[in-house]
Structure formats: structure tokens, C-alpha cells
Design a protein around this ligand. Sequence first.
Ligand code: PEP
Ligand code: MN
Length: 352
Amino acid sequence: MIIVMHPSATKQNVDHVCDLVREMGLKDHPIVGTNLTVVAVIGDDRKKDGTKFEQAPGVDRVMKVLQPYTLAAKADPKQRSVVTIGGPATKSDTVSFGGAMVPVIAGPCSVEGEEAIIEAGNAAKKAGAHALRGGAFKPRTNPYSFQGHGEDGLKMLAVAREATGLPIVTEVLTPTDVKLVSGYADMLQIGTRNSQNFKLLEACGDQPKPVLMKRGMSMTLDELLQACEYILSGGNTGVVLCERGIRTFEDHTRNTLSLSAVPELHHRTHLPVVIDPSHGTGKAHLVPAMAKAAIAAGCDGLAIEMHVCPEKAWTDGAQSVTPAVLAELMPELDRVAQAVGRSCPVGVTADV
Ligand code: PEP
Ligand code: MN
């Protein structure tokens, strides 16, 4: 951390700042320039609280040198993590995010019933997807809307996994449900509305299943990575980021899908990055183009809402593609992936 003093700051002001630094158990290193003085703060990052200096007389600004997300940050520029879900423990395909292969998670927004999720699972598998999604616990804006089937929905997902071999990805809403959801799911999803529910994040850090961490709809990338620290610092290294669109003034889409988040996140973190073009646009007809663009931008996976009959979907039908659209899209995704040195093999899951 560097404290930049104002050009008019007195020696007394600088000494006061140095005293504050030492009171925090840190070492001060003032550098006196021709026009102004800066004070470098050396020591344990956890003790550094920049806000304490902002009010001190003579301080112009406080600059952080290191990122506040030590576990999510890259140790070297090339570092990339691979996060694997499924496998023998849940008798499902092994699917990895962050390797050469770019997996596709597909399925309905909500688990509507056992038959429906099996049908959706079979359709996703036939189209060539690699994992099955479906919400058993649904975060709804309106309390009177369908809230999901809860544990029954998790059981339905497990049946669909058994029928298809696809690992399952499903959302967890509360810290008290983490153990329950972790018992069924191959990957726990943290939704956009819960992305700064720190107790939930801590609970997800304290269980073994990988986590699909969605970006909050008004969250900066910096905040997203700090939120991930809650999971990583609990000992769970299986974190996959998901850009699902943010709120802007733009109204031709439900959210604004920030594809530049992919290379920027890869610049800052070793964690894999998944793109959700369904919530990112809110419109099924925009999903294929954005999915292809996401792979071209270097994403490590896609999460796509697919419904056997979108006009009858209980939730998010407008942004759900049909199995036919997904089946047509999958080979195109592979061609784009090949063009950027990756692969998205239709229906093939591979250990990387
Ligand atoms: C979902 O995946 O269905 C969902 C609710 O996502 P988000 O949290 O991104 O809105
Ligand atoms: Mn949805």
C-alpha cells in the first residue's frame, strides 16, 4: 500500500501518517520527493486498512499495490486452474472447466418435475451437452412465484443424472441448505442475487463440491473475486466464475453480457470462467451468437438454459433455447473452439 501525501502536506502530517502505520503493526517507509512525499506501507496485508489514512491531514490518496484477493489472484501470469465435476463418486461423466475442452452445461431454468427433468436431461445429452442444470431452489423476485421443488427437486435431478450420466449443477440459496444440496449436486451454483451473501459463501467453502459462482448483477470484477475468497479461504479450491450479465441502462436485453469480463478475469485470476448467455441476454434468439462469441473470447464453459418446450417453461422460457437449437449450435461451438485452440466436442466429455 502506498499513501500519497498532498503537495502541501507538512512534515508533521507525514510523521503522523508514519505513526499511524506503526500503530497498525506495519513498517513505514517515507519517500521524500521534490514535489510531494509518499509513504510505502510494508507488512502483513491483512493489517492494511487504507480507509484509516484517508481522513488523516495531508493525505491525498491511498493506493493498493497488491490485489485484495490473494487466493483468486494469479501467482504467475500463465497460471490457470482446472476444476473438475462429476466422476465415479456420483456415477456421472467427468467434466473439467479450465482445460482444453470447453464444456456446455444445459438444461431448464427450474426442475419442474421428474419426467420433465429426465426428458430435458435426455434432450441435453442427445444435443451433445456435457452437464445438466436445473434449479430446485429458485430465487424469485416475487414471493408468490414458483419457488422450486426443494429437496424433491434435488432427488429428481439425481434421477436425471442416473438416466443420462450428466453431472448436475444446481443452485443453493441458504447456508442451511448447503449440506443438503451438496449431498446431491455435482456442482453448487451461487446465484447473482446471493453473490455477496457471505455466510452462504463461507458455507460453500466448507463442503467439497465445486461451486459455480455467478457475478452479482451490480458487482464489479474486483468484488466478484473478493467474494470468491470466502469460498477459497474455507479450503474449497473448486471455484468456477460465471458472467451472467449485469444491469445497465441498455434495455434491448434483460442484462448486459460483459464478454470482455472473460479476458479481464483471465488476466486477474487463475479460476475458470463460464459464460451464461441465457441470463446474459434474456432472449433465446440471442443465445447462439453470444455463446459462440464467448468461446471466441476464451471462456472455459457455457451455461445455457434449454427447455423441451420453452413456451411452457415455468421460469425463464423466453431465454431458453429448444433442444433442436442446442443440437445445431453444438458443432458450431466446436468449430469456434477449434479456431481458438480449444475444443467443444459434441457429447464427448474428457478428462483434461
Ligand atoms: C438461474 O441460473 O436460473 C438463475 C436464477 O441465475 P441468476 O442467478 O444468474 O439469475
Ligand atoms: Mn433461469
